[in-house]
Write a protein that binds this ligand. Structure first.
Ligand code: HEC
Ligand code: HEC
Ligand code: HEC
Length: 149
């Protein structure tokens, strides 16, 4: 074999061995157990605490039944309670634990309602500069039953 080829093959062999060595250290044991991902991640995800209870849970056992029925007929019926009120599983399983107050800032409502050219034209949008005299949105709108239903 030509000497320069010998060098090239030796180098290639070293690279392959180094790759196998690094891979054996870097790839977690459970990789490939079920597919192209860490098998352990399935258990890790399953063991995460449940944080959301779902809107329905708010109306169970007569807690917020009236509010729920108002909301479920309103145009906000597609915006779940926990979208504005945050995760509520702790509060649902123990009513003594109060949820964080809902975010009632203008910018929060604005996440969905500030005018953006990328939004469908028929979606209700406002210009934050001219609309609502810089007051909190809930000052005029009921978040559980916004107007014009
Ligand atoms: C669009 C956001 C939004 C959604 C959706 C929403 N809320 Fe609210 N909620 C608020 C805000 C903001 C306040 C504070 C109102 C205020 O400051 O006048 C509030 C207040 C409340 C209060 C305390 C005051 C009151 O009116 O009794 C309760 C209880 C409540 N919400 C429950 C719910 C439940 C249950 C749902 C789902 C059925 C829900 N909310 C859906 C934003 C929301
Ligand atoms: C996660 C997105 C989201 C958030 C946050 C949100 N909304 Fe809405 N809002 C909607 C959707 C969806 C509709 C229904 C649109 C439709 O029916 O076409 C709606 C409808 C409305 C309408 C009715 C407009 C009409 O023409 O009838 C008003 C007013 C309104 N929202 C005010 C608020 C206020 C005030 C807040 C904050 C307390 C808020 N929204 C937070 C998604 C959101
Ligand atoms: C001073 C009272 C007031 C405040 C504060 C206010 N609004 Fe309104 N909003 C109105 C009135 C009145 C209308 C109906 C007339 C109009 O479209 O201007 C309206 C209409 C809307 C509509 C329907 C627009 C459409 O074209 O369908 C949306 C969405 C809305 N408001 C969202 C908000 C949001 C989000 C905030 C907070 C950033 C807010 N409003 C603050 C009084 C208010």
């Amino acid at each position: 074999m030509q000497p320069h080829l010998k060098k090239a093959f030796t180098l290639l062999a070293i690279i392959i061995i180094a790759f196998i060595f690094v891979r054996s250290i870097a790839v977690p044991d459970s990789f490939g157990e079920y597919g192209w991902y860490r098998g352990d991640s399935v258990n890790e995800l399953r063991n995460q605490p449940v944080e959301h209870a779902g809107s329905q849970a708010c109306s169970d056992v007569d807690c917020h039944k009236t509010l729920y029925s108002i909301w479920s007929e309103s145009r906000h019926k597609t915006v779940n309670c926990e979208t504005c009120h945050g995760p509520a599983e702790k509060h649902v399983s123990n009513v003594r634990i109060m949820p964080e107050p809902a975010n009632d800032s203008r910018d929060f409502c604005g996440l969905c309602h500030y005018k953006r050219v990328a939004r469908p034209g028929e979606f209700p949008q406002i210009d934050p500069v001219t609309h609502g005299e810089n007051l909190r949105c809930a000052y005029c709108h009921n978040p559980h039953k916004p107007w014009f239903v």
